[in-house]
Design a protein around this ligand. Structure first.
Ligand code: ATP
Length: 720
């Protein structure tokens, strides 16, 4: 090893009780759900949250909303939903408890664990529902889902009648969807309170509501382990909605204030201590530092001391460190166990994400390379060492420029979450690849996503959920007015809103899709153009960031291989060619390797395509409509949704965006790179080191004019 990283103990590392835990039986796999649940019970009872069980149930009964703050690993996510289930909050299965997670992988993996602890098969009493994947049934009483999924449910069930309790987990992350949910749930809770009061009972579950005398409601008794009876309001159709906001940060007062002074419960202490180390000096190259730290941990500690989880900024980082580790692993002494490198990032298909949860084979140490997808809620068995590069990719949005995706330092709260992935089954270690002084400089929490992202989908969702004045919506942290107005204007241009700002029939239709409204508009246009099949294929293809592999040392070979799919019209049709060839080759592994096709990515494409086809069929859209060889029709459909993403060729050979007068660069990986066409349209503008058009295709300026005459009619007269 050429260089060593010097770490020093942060001193604050030893947190928590350090209680020992028996691992007995943990490895035994059994299909006997009850036996497994009994086996896990002692572990559950050792979690810090267990001692707060009665207090939590009592407070939830008494108050419509409760905020719970618990350190990482205290047992919030897995235990609190079960306590409510055991205490009758689902009224013997008539209603359900929803637990939202910001990330899909957390929703599925936590559901799996909780099903085991409850003693049921996944999808029965405990299940999960995430976009494009539903593992639940009408028997499911504890449903883990993404926050986005619950938002979509509000469209079809505006009062969320099927739920008596909604638990918002990891609320401190303040994702876009969590923030919208906070506002919508507060509203639903008030409306249900009014309805419940009108029908003469509380009915939110077995409770003694704060405004009521204990026991004074229409319901009868309840026991801790058994369900209570329900109130008359339930018989009338809807009971009160309990909301539980769970957060890992101490800044819970804001949540409490937002819910009118909801009580805050603190659950102290994580289960096992985590010793934190910082680098002695700043690291100029965090990828190199991450690579060296992994090797250092691997060679200096026995592999039996646990697997390693490394937090990096994004997929490219992960692939670079994967490569570096692959090269170094070849030179490890033979006595040192092998390294098994497992990446996990959002665009990785679910089946491959699941690999990180599988135990490493004997004499092998697992190294998981992750983005912040693995930062919250996850317990990855075997992990004892966490390496934290201290960075993540942060999405930003400026209506004039487009989206940006920049590598930024994380917040202290993220750093604590990352460290928290270590001490979950035994004492752990966290190696921060930055100095203690740098840590002190980090912001306490990240800026809520709603303040820094594109809001078109948010505005459509709010409108479709009955919020007439989006600008007045009770956000916990209102987004910039400028961004909201921009979103409303965009919806107007897409014809989702009319002149009065009311949702149109088309807007309601578009809101059915879990897609950016521009895509749903394209799908809409494809019906009349008779090319729905091609459009769905391309929309699915655009859901993956990199369809091709471009290894740094084989750039030319990769580019050469991609030529086979190139369309002179640009990336949209190139991708379509790729999908057709992939299907013709039956997704063959060798074929993908030969053509530098990202097999992981293509599987994800097929997944999305299948789900979109299903959704379209449900909406009576004929998904078999195909335009044959008239592929111009396909491009014109895309312009129906992306007329705002167009740029015209300038005399100096550059492209200038139509709606922001920005200079736009065609990405070097694009099939239009180096070509000069009169106009282009693109899927997205992304600012990295400069403004790049992601997925660009050629457009006739006349098509642009016809796609949005109000905005770009002038181009028609300028066209030759
Ligand atoms: N899949 C699993 N395999 C083994 N142990 C698990 C698993 N899931 C949870 N646990 C155990 O339960 C503990 C509590 O997990 P839980 O996710 O409920 O904590 P939490 O308080 O929500 O933490 P965080 O906010 O960090 O997610 C873990 O520390 C671990 O000991």
């Amino acid at each position: 090893m050429a260089r060593k990283i010097d770490f020093k103990d942060g001193g604050d590392g030893r947190v928590g009780t350090g209680a020992a835990r028996s691992d007995a039986g943990a490895k035994k796999r059994t299909v006997d759900h009850r036996a497994r649940a009994c086996e896990l019970r002692p572990q559950r009872e050792q979690l810090p949250v267990f001692s707060a069980r009665s207090a939590i149930i009592r407070e939830v009964r008494r108050h419509p909303t409760v905020v719970i703050v618990g350190e990482t690993g205290s047992g919030k996510t897995t235990q609190i939903p079960q306590y409510l289930l055991e205490s009758g909050f689902t009224r013997h299965g008539e209603t359900a408890i929803a637990v939202t997670q910001p990330r899909r992988v957390a929703a599925t993996s936590v559901a799996k664990r909780v099903a085991e602890e409850v003693g049921t098969s996944l999808g029965a009493r405990v299940g999960y529902t995430i976009r494009f994947d539903d593992c639940s049934s009408d028997k499911t009483q504890l449903r883990f889902c993404t926050d986005g999924l619950l938002l979509r449910e509000i469209l079809s069930d505006p009062l969320l009648r099927r739920y008596s309790v909604v638990i918002l987990d990891e609320a401190h992350e303040r994702t876009l969807r969590t923030d919208i949910l906070l506002g919508m749930l507060r509203d639903i809770q008030r409306r249900r309170q009014v309805l419940a009061a009108a029908s003469g009972g509380g009915g939110g579950g077995p409770e003694e509501h704060g405004s009521q005398q204990p026991g004074a409601g229409a319901h009868t008794r309840f026991g801790d382990e058994d369900g209570g009876a329900q109130g008359d309001a339930v018989a009338a159709g809807v009971g009160e909605l309990k909301i539980i906001v769970m957060s890992a940060t101490l800044d819970a007062d804001r949540f409490s204030e937002y819910f009118g002074g909801a009580p805050v419960l603190y659950v102290a202490g994580r289960q096992f201590p985590v010793t934190t180390y910082y680098t002695v000096t700043p690291q100029a190259d965090y990828l190199d530092a991450a690579h060296l730290s992994v090797l250092q941990i691997h060679t200096e500690t026995p592999s039996t001391s646990g697997d390693i989880l490394v937090f990096l900024a994004g997929q490219e980082d992960i692939e670079s460190v994967e490569r570096l580790l692959g090269e170094s692993a070849a030179h490890l002494p033979s006595a040192v166990p092998q390294l098994l490198v497992c990446p996990i990032f959002a665009a990785l298909p679910q089946a491959q994400q699941a690999r990180v949860f599988e135990p490493a084979p004997e004499f092998t140490r697992k190294v998981i390379l992750a983005t912040n997808i693995a930062e919250t809620s996850l317990t990855i068995p075997g992990i004892r060492h966490v390496v934290d590069a201290g960075v993540h990719k942060l999405r930003g949005f400026d209506p004039r420029v487009g989206e940006s995706l920049l590598v930024e330092p994380i917040s202290k709260s993220s750093a604590r979450q990352r460290a928290g992935r270590a001490g979950r089954e035994a004492p752990g270690f966290c190696y921060r690849l930055y100095t203690e002084a740098d840590y002190a400089q980090l912001d306490e929490d990240a800026v809520p996503e709603i303040k820094r992202c594109q809001l078109t989908m948010v505005a459509l969702q709010l409108k479709a959920s009955g919020v007439s004045n989006v600008l007045q919506f009770g956000f916990m942290d209102p987004p910039p007015k400028r961004a909201l107005k921009h979103a409303l204007l965009e919806l107007y241009a897409l014809e989702a809103l009319d002149d009065k700002g009311e949702l149109t029939g088309l807007g309601r239709w578009m809101a059915e899709f879990p897609l950016d409204p521009s895509y749903s508009k394209v799908i809409y246009a494809s019906q009349a153009a008779g090319c729905t099949r091609e459009v769905i294929d391309i929309v699915s293809l655009l859901s993956v960031d990199s369809l091709f592999y471009v290894p740094a040392d084989k750039r030319d070979e990769s580019n050469q291989a991609q030529l086979a799919f190139r369309s002179r019209d640009g990336d949209h049709l190139t991708y379509l060619n790729l999908l057709r060839a992939y299907l013709a080759a039956d997704g063959d592994k060798e074929w993908c390797h030969e053509h530098f096709v990202n097999r992981r990515g293509m599987r994800h494409v097929l997944d999305v395509r299948q789900q979109l086809n299903r959704l379209c069929s449900r909406l009576s859209i004929d998904v078999s409509k195909t335009c044959g060889t008239d592929l111009d029709a396909v491009l014109r459909c895309f312009l129906a949704g992306f007329f705002h993403n167009c740029a015209l060729l300038q005399p100096d050979g550059s492209y200038r965006s139509l709606n922001g007068s920005q200079t736009v660069h065609v990405h070097p990986g694009s099939s239009l790179f180096g070509k000069k066409v009169p106009a282009i349209f693109y899927d997205q503008l992304v600012f990295t080191n400069r403004l790049h058009a992601r997925a660009a295709s050629a457009a006739d300026p006349l098509w642009i004019a016809q796609s949005s005459p109000k905005l770009y009619g002038r181009l028609a007269s300028a066209a030759p």
